[in-house]
Design a protein. Structure first.
Ligand code: NAD
Length: 213
């Protein structure tokens, strides 16, 4: 498999969601044209994205929804469970832990970690909050694969260093700052404030009276 661009991975997640909806509606067949319309890309792009992972469907007859869904689920690594920790059991960490759809697609919250001794022993979602002194042991013991980073900005890099040292390979970073990790660790940023700024740009661009530069 040649190197898969990050944009292709993002679109695969979109195709997966569309196919899941189609399956829930009992639709059995689809095509790159149909997927392209809902995903907002070209049919060529859909075929090119899938081609990174082999051959799919038959020319002219499209794709069987359950088959394509099963294959994309496998490509995305969603056929197994993933154990998750939340680093920083504050407002955002607690809200994420309480998100009812957390457990969908096999993501299981196993632990929270927090530097504040007052939070140790508390429960977030279905998990217990541990202190940082227990982090390395708990990550091994609970076989935690990935962490959501929800600590204050100033604590982000030291918190990441601790997680990486304990063996974490993936970090969903909610902190609006750049963090440094070794090459074997993946960071996926979720930058809420950047999204708000992009929205301001687009709304301003569509309202000339607001004054574009
Ligand atoms: P918060 O202050 O409520 O929670 C942060 C938690 O991290 C606290 O419980 C604190 O004790 C803990 N902490 C501090 N240092 C730590 C360390 N070294 N290791 C482990 N835990 C540590 O903050 P919040 O509002 O939940 O925000 C957390 C992060 O998420 C911030 O970086 C913020 O910018 C970002 N964020 C927050 C929101 C939001 O709506 N609250 C939205 C988007 C992004």
């Amino acid at each position: 498999m040649s190197r898969v661009p990050a944009a292709t991975v993002s679109r695969l997640v979109t195709y997966f969601r569309i196919l899941s909806d189609l399956e829930a509606q009992g639709v059995e067949k689809t095509s790159s044209d149909d997927l392209a319309v809902v995903a907002g890309v070209s049919a060529f792009q859909v075929r090119k994205d899938l081609a990174y992972f082999g051959r799919f469907g038959t020319r002219g007859t499209g794709y069987k929804v359950p088959t394509l869904l099963r294959r994309i689920r496998g490509i995305l690594g969603l056929t197994r469970t993933w154990n998750v920790a939340i680093m920083g059991a504050g407002r955002l960490g607690q809200a994420l832990a309480d998100f009812p759809k957390f457990g969908e697609h096999g993501f299981v919250l196993k632990a929270g970690f927090d530097a504040d001794p007052a939070k140790v022993g508390m429960r977030i979602g279905a998990a217990e909050v541990y202190g940082l002194d227990a982090l390395a042991q708990k990550i091994q013991e609970l076989e935690i694969d990935m962490a959501f980073l929800t600590v204050p900005t100033a604590a982000a890099q030291p918190a990441v260093d601790l997680l990486v040292e304990a063996g974490i390979r993936g970090i969903l970073n909610f902190v609006p700052s750049v963090i440094t990790v070794p090459a074997h660790v993946f960071v996926e940023p979720v930058d809420f404030l950047a999204g708000v700024k992009r929205l301001a740009f687009y709304i301003q661009k569509m309202s000339p009276e607001e004054g574009t530069p």
